[in-house]
Design a protein around this ligand. Structure first.
Ligand SMILES: Nc1ncnc2c1ncn2[C@@H]1O[C@H](COP(=O)(O)OP(=O)(O)OP(=O)(O)O)[C@@H](O)[C@H]1O
Length: 302
């Protein structure tokens, strides 16, 4: 489990992370979402002890990560896939990592196979595509067979086949009981991958909850009703406490279920032509909740 407690990081006058508190649990994929520059990488670096918090604490299974001498056996991380020595082969790169963390050499071939790089293992990393580098970074994270895994924007540069593979990999790692924490600035990358979400904006926590609860936050949720008796139904729904918007013979009501709409219509003999529940997309909820946190918006003059 990863526990982030009242974490703040300032770089000179910039507050990258502000009073952040959340928990990442094992057995689930947790998406770490926020617009560009919202503090995701800074937070992940603090989890790994690469940056010291200005105030607050981060622990992994109850201890600061730095207090673990063989780090890769406990936490595997992909932070920046371009951060590797281009002159080395994938095998040499992973063998060096294995040596310094006392991981058996046999793991190198296993993880290269697991990420689909076995055929390119002896080629220089300098000639790798971005997608291959991401796979190599993932191999490095898996090397120590750790219970906790962190990935910073792991889908960057992957083709659709690669994206599908990574999603399945994350799900299977979580199904094995591991803690899987994955950052992204795109909700579309997370909606078929994550069980839980931690959403931040300008370094502050916006939400930490299941993906289903998060979807329910978007104001687009509601019931759409098509009826020739819109005025009567709208009045009844308003009395029920719903908010109703009318557009011709179409009503959109929030704060009421489709079932209740049907019951009211039956009780008052109101003819309905259509009743549908409208779920806002996760993307809508994400855009709405982070709208104030976007650093650089198109069309904005500064
Ligand atoms: N070493 C540093 N020195 C000064 N400012 C920094 C440093 N690292 C990050 N920042 C600032 O802190 C803020 C958060 O940056 P961070 O890279 O953590 O965000 P992010 O959510 O990972 O963004 P992205 O999705 O663009 O990678 C930004 O305003 C960034 O400019």
């Amino acid at each position: 489990m990863i526990e982030v407690n009242e974490l703040t990081k300032r770089y000179g006058g910039t507050t990258a992370v502000k009073d952040l508190t959340f928990t990442v649990r094992p057995g689930l994929v947790t998406g770490f979402l926020g617009p560009n520059g919202s503090g995701k990488s800074t937070t992940l670096r603090m989890v790994l002890g690469l940056h010291a918090p200005t105030t607050g604490t981060v622990t992994v299974d109850g201890r600061p990560f730095r207090s673990r001498p063989r780090g890769l056996r406990h936490v595997g991380a992909l932070l920046d896939a371009s951060h590797v020595h281009g002159g080395r082969s994938a095998t040499a790169h992973l063998a060096a990592l294995a040596r310094s963390n006392r991981i058996p050499r046999g793991r190198v071939d296993q993880v290269l196979d697991q990420v689909g790089l076995a055929g390119a293992a002896r080629r220089r990393i300098g000639g790798y595509s971005l997608g291959m580098r991401q796979r190599l970074g993932i191999a490095g994270a898996l090397l120590g067979d750790p219970p906790v895994l962190l990935f910073d924007e792991p889908l960057n540069g992957l083709d659709p086949e690669g994206v599908k593979w990574v999603r399945e990999l994350f799900r299977s790692l979580a199904a094995e009981g591991r803690t899987v924490f994955v950052s992204s600035h795109l909700m579309s990358e997370m909606e078929h991958t994550a069980d839980e979400l931690v959403v931040i904006g300008r370094g502050e926590l916006i939400a930490a909850e299941s993906i289903t609860d998060f979807a329910g936050r978007g104001s687009g949720a509601g019931v759409c009703v098509r009826t020739p008796h819109g005025d009567r139904l709208a009045a009844l729904l308003t009395v029920e406490g719903a908010t109703v918007r009318a557009d011709g013979d179409l009503l959109t009501a929030t704060g009421v279920s489709a079932q209740r709409v049907g019951e009211l219509a039956l009780d008052h003999r109101i003819l309905l032509h259509e009743v549908t529940t409208r779920n806002p997309s996760l993307e809508d909820a994400f855009m709405e909740l982070t709208a104030d946190s976007v650093e650089y918006a198109a069309g904005e003059t500064r």
